[in-house]
Design a protein around this ligand. Structure first.
Ligand code: ADP
Ligand code: ASP
Ligand code: MG
Length: 411
């Protein structure tokens, strides 16, 4: 007998039939004697539909009202799932984030969980009931509805598992685990039996949206056993582990992540004097714009070109900030490109292997793909390339690092 927190994503509850299939699955776990807390997302497409309604009225709708709006998607699915469970003779109760009391800060649309009250859930479990909780939402100290950012139901699942000390947090989705790269882009992608928190965190933050970044952070911090599995077929899924000492011969690269959400800007011909980086990036950060990859090149004429990437949504705002900065600094011009993509290879094995980056660059050169920017950390190498080459680059790297389905893992 175990306690499982099971999170079902949008596609898994996308129709009434699928909600019934989730109820069947929960029933099977109950029949095996397990205690189950279910977290559900809104039906697939619903959160986007709600955001679309709001944008039809205002370009930048008030964040508090946005949360009141988008949290309704999950309120629908908790009720429908409880009805489906009831139909099967199972006793179940639905809860919104504020009913449970998932207490968050007041950062609307990107709130962070601060505390979770477990008494009501524990009483339900004790009474043999299935607890069904709305993902993605919480409540702040003043009673305002908050949401946790896109994909936030994953975080609700992990946070409930931590608070209830569950035996496992199971993330049921439309793929049967975490793959070497997005299986919708590379057919040869392979399901991983295990991946470390550290690698999963890099993969998530570099663009693999299979798990929300905060969910992985949370699970790592509170040591929540976390597994990604398919809603539609049985299988072991992928276990996210603290340390992976199971494989004697680990591959150097565990996965490839990519992201099309960035744009690149360059301030050209800035006098190469101390303080330039701070004078360029200071105003950008004061405008609340986050900067990702940065590259600075010095030319023979004692000027420098300063390039960095930001989220694509911040492209125009950054351009505006920079035009002002460029004038102040006496720069030649500001140029930009929002048709770029970032591709990253990730693996803890990189720490003990030399030549990983050059192998990556060779593979891209063989395909004639120009690298515009490079950034590295201990367990990842990222490159910025033209967006049109993204899929070609991911496929080339997947094969160069022997990750394709038919390649040996221990080479
Ligand atoms: P849910 O609605 O269940 O939360 P998501 O769409 O958020 O599902 O996440 C699942 C999707 O993540 C998959 O359909 C897949 O296309 C994508 N994905 C991206 N990278 C990976 C990866 N490395 N492994 C598995 N899936 C990935
Ligand atoms: N429904 C929310 C979203 O689409 C939360 C989630 O699905 O995890 O982002
Ligand atoms: Mg998701």
């Amino acid at each position: 007998m175990a306690l499982y927190v099971q999170k079902y994503g949008g596609t898994s509850v996308g129709t009434v039939d699928r909600i019934e299939a989730v109820a069947d699955k929960v029933q099977r776990f109950k029949q095996q004697g397990h205690d189950i807390v279910v977290v559900v997302s809104a039906m697939s497409g619903e959160t986007n539909r709600l955001i679309g309604l709001a944008k039809g009225i205002q370009d930048k709708p008030n964040a508090r009202e946005m949360d009141v709006l988008v949290s309704t998607g999950e309120q629908v699915t908790i009720a429908l799932l409880c009805m489906a469970l009831d139909k099967r003779g199972l006793s179940a109760r639905s809860y919104t984030g504020s009913q449970i009391k998932i207490l968050t800060d007041s950062a609307h649309t990107k709130a962070r969980i601060q505390d979770i009250e477990v008494t009501a859930m524990q009483a339900d479990l004790q009474a043999g009931r299935v607890v069904v909780v709305a993902g993605f939402q919480g409540v702040d100290a003043e009673g305002n509805i908050t949401t946790l950012g896109r994909g936030g139901s994953d975080t609700t699942g992990v946070a409930l598992a931590a608070a209830l000390k569950a035996d496992e947090c199971q993330i049921y989705t439309d793929v049967d685990g975490v793959y070497t790269t997005d299986p919708r882009v590379v057919q040869e992608a392979r399901r991983l039996e295990r991946i470390t928190f550290e690698e999963m965190l890099e993969m998530a933050s570099l663009g693999s949206k299979v798990l929300q970044i905060r969910a992985v952070e949370f699970a790592g911090k509170y040591k929540v056993p976390l597994r990604v599995l398919s809603s539609f077929e049985d299988g072991p899924g992928t276990l996210i582990t603290i340390e992976d000492d199971s494989a004697v011969e680990k591959p150097v690269i565990s996965g490839i992540a990519f992201n099309r959400d960035e744009a690149k800007l360059t301030v050209m011909g800035v006098p190469d004097v101390p303080g330039v980086a701070s004078r360029i990036l200071g105003p950008v950060s004061r405008a609340n714009i986050e900067v990702d990859v940065i590259v600075q090149n010095v030319a023979a004429d004692n000027t420098t070109d300063f390039t960095f990437t930001v989220h694509r949504n911040d492209y125009e705002a950054t351009e505006q900030v920079l035009s002002q900065v460029a004038e102040e600094l006496g720069a030649r011009e500001v140029i930009g490109d929002n048709k770029i993509a970032k591709v990253s290879i990730v693996g803890v094995g990189m720490r003990s292997h030399a030549g990983v980056a050059s192998k990556m660059f060779d593979a891209l050169a063989d395909e004639n793909i120009n690298i515009q920017m490079i950034s590295t950390s201990e367990i990842k190498v990222s490159v910025v390339i033209a967006e049109k080459y993204l899929e070609l680059a991911v496929r080339a790297l997947h094969s160069a690092f022997d990750m394709d389905v038919n390649d040996s893992v221990s080479e």
